[in-house]
Design a protein around this ligand. Structure first.
Ligand code: FE
Ligand code: CA
Length: 527
């Protein structure tokens, strides 16, 4: 075994905070994923790291409890080292895995060096975890950052080929997940895993805390997902399906209180399981948070879903969609966002990247309607953000988006109701750019009947749209230097067949100070 026990003792005094869940070890019957018998790998759900800063990172694992010791804490050692053998340990300690947090373990390992690779692992009486690799954020004069971003991984609908590809890449500093990390449905309701041997657990729709925990465990039974977590630090936000379809603070399209009980209880169960099972730092303010990559990038992650969002506007109701009283972010998150943008601008950070769930740019899929579950359904909120950028002279803003199972590249004109101010030739009137990632494995938009010709139709009537692909699955890599940001669209083989092949299909570039995006040759993907 490649662990120096003295390393633990030496490091046990090192700076490390155990992340609590406000839960205690009380449950007699364990309400989460199945326990194991002695001799079975106690780290079946792998390891993960996340929310890196320049001096710290969250380390995560889940310890499968032993069947005859259910309800008891499991003493778990952890360490983080400069090398994969765990010889140069820089911090470590011991933490109890508790039934109150579904035996998940989170540690905020601090005292680390910026822009540095680390390796970490966990050890219990019954076994050693896989060894994860992670990386801290740069500080000071960062010159180059590469962040992958992805969304929408439906387990029964297909294999996680995008995660398999990400797990093999050495050229990514961090993976962003923009939501729909898992889906709430029962098998066959949205994706049928029967023929692929990917039936999710539980087989029915997740509603209770036990359901949500078991579904997280089911997703992390996927080896490609585990490999991608073990290879890179992730920064994640939820979208709707981590609770239920088209959710908002007071309800969801896919929640029927008369059959499924109180929404607040269900929402809190989904949120609790997410915090337990994801390598995320828990902040008193909620999910929205920011990350500074030296002077190069300020990454701002928003919660457009469960924090302050008003219920959706009715279909076709443009008056409701434009109602200035309706909000997508909530007042406090909007104020926080404005403060983050102003601070980033004032300190001279080169780029402001906003990772969030739903499409920002004005667009109609059919030329008539709008998607009320996007910023197009919250136009006053969008105008407030884009007007703030204009009023404060803040440019170099890049929105990253998931949710729609398709790839789009936009310049973002504003306000949306005065698109005549936008000139597609010069890009005058554009206030930001937006890159929308395809799905990992959820059904692409283009599989729907009659949707094959849609991208060309939408491109023809949407001058600020520069690219649309409704066919492919994969992920995007954002390559950032001071002078420009490039988005490399990387497509995988269809999720219906397990594969680790990928191709760089299209690359787009926005140059500093332009709010303009142009296609560059695919061979400029920096693979
Ligand atoms: Fe989705
Ligand atoms: Ca979604």
């Amino acid at each position: 075994m490649a662990i120096d026990r003295r390393g633990f003792l030496k490091a046990s005094a090192a700076q490390a905070a155990i992340v609590g869940f406000g839960a205690t070890a009380s449950a007699k019957r364990h309400p989460g994923a199945a326990p194991v018998t002695r001799g079975v790998n106690p780290f079946a759900h792998g390891v993960a790291s996340g929310d890196p800063q320049s001096d710290r990172v969250i380390l995560w694992t889940r310890v499968s409890p032993i069947a005859d010791r259910l309800g008891e804490p499991v003493e778990t050692h952890w360490w983080i080292a400069r090398d994969s053998l765990g010889l140069e340990v820089v911090a470590g300690g011991t933490v109890d895995a508790l039934p109150g947090s579904d035996y998940t373990v989170k540690v905020d390992a601090s005292g680390l060096e910026p822009n540095t690779d680390y390796h970490y692992g966990f050890l219990t009486e019954t076994g050693l975890s896989p060894i994860g690799r992670t990386r801290t954020l740069p500080a000071g004069d960062a010159e180059h950052v590469r962040m992958a971003f992805a969304s929408c991984a439906n387990y029964p609908n297909g294999f996680f080929n995008a995660y398999a590809c990400l797990a093999e890449r050495d050229d990514v500093d961090v993976v962003l997940h923009l939501g729909d990390y898992l889906y709430e449905y029962g098998n066959g309701e949205y994706g049928d895993g029967t023929s692929l041997d990917r039936i999710p657990d539980p087989v029915h729709e997740m509603v209770t805390l036990e359901d949500y925990r078991r579904r997280h465990a089911s997703y992390k039974s996927d080896p490609d997902l585990r490999a991608a977590h073990a290879r890179h630090p992730w920064i994640t936000i939820w979208d709707d399906h981590e609770t239920a379809n088209n959710s908002h603070p007071s309800g969801a399209e896919n929640h029927d209180p008369s059959l499924e009980g109180d929404w607040e209880t269900r929402k809190l169960a989904g949120i609790r399981a997410y915090y337990e099972w994801m390598p995320i730092r828990e902040l008193p303010t909620g999910l929205f948070r920011s990350f500074r990559f030296g002077g190069l990038v300020d990454l701002i992650m928003l919660d457009t879903r469960l924090h302050g969002r008003d219920p959706e506007a009715p279909p076709k109701d443009t008056a409701a969609a434009s109602d200035p009283k309706r909000t997508l972010l909530g007042e406090d998150q909007k104020d926080w966002l404005f403060g983050e943008l102003a601070d980033s601008h004032d300190v001279g950070t080169a780029w402001r990247v906003i990772g969030q769930q739903i499409m920002v740019a004005p667009v109609s899929f059919d030329g008539v309607d709008f998607n009320p579950d996007s910023w197009n359904g919250y136009r006053a909120s969008r105008a407030r953000v884009l007007d703030h950028l204009e009023a404060e002279g803040i440019d170099n803003v890049v929105f990253l988006t998931g949710d729609v199972h398709s790839s789009w590249v936009f310049e973002v004109p504003a306000p949306s109701d005065a698109e005549e101010d936008y000139d597609p030739v010069t890009s005058a009137g554009s206030r930001a750019v937006e890159f929308v990632a395809p799905a990992v494995s959820s059904p692409p938009l283009g599989v729907a009947e009659g949707w094959q010709a849609r991208p060309q139709q939408i491109l023809a009537r949407t001058p600020h749209l520069k690219y649309a692909n409704f066919e492919d699955q994969g992920f995007v890599i954002l390559d950032v230097t001071r002078d420009r940001v490039r988005a490399e669209y990387v497509y995988t083989d269809s999720a219906k067949v397990r594969s680790r092949r990928s191709r760089c299909a299209a690359t787009f570039e926005t140059r500093s100070g332009t709010n303009r995006v142009e296609r560059v040759e695919p061979d400029r993907c920096e693979v």
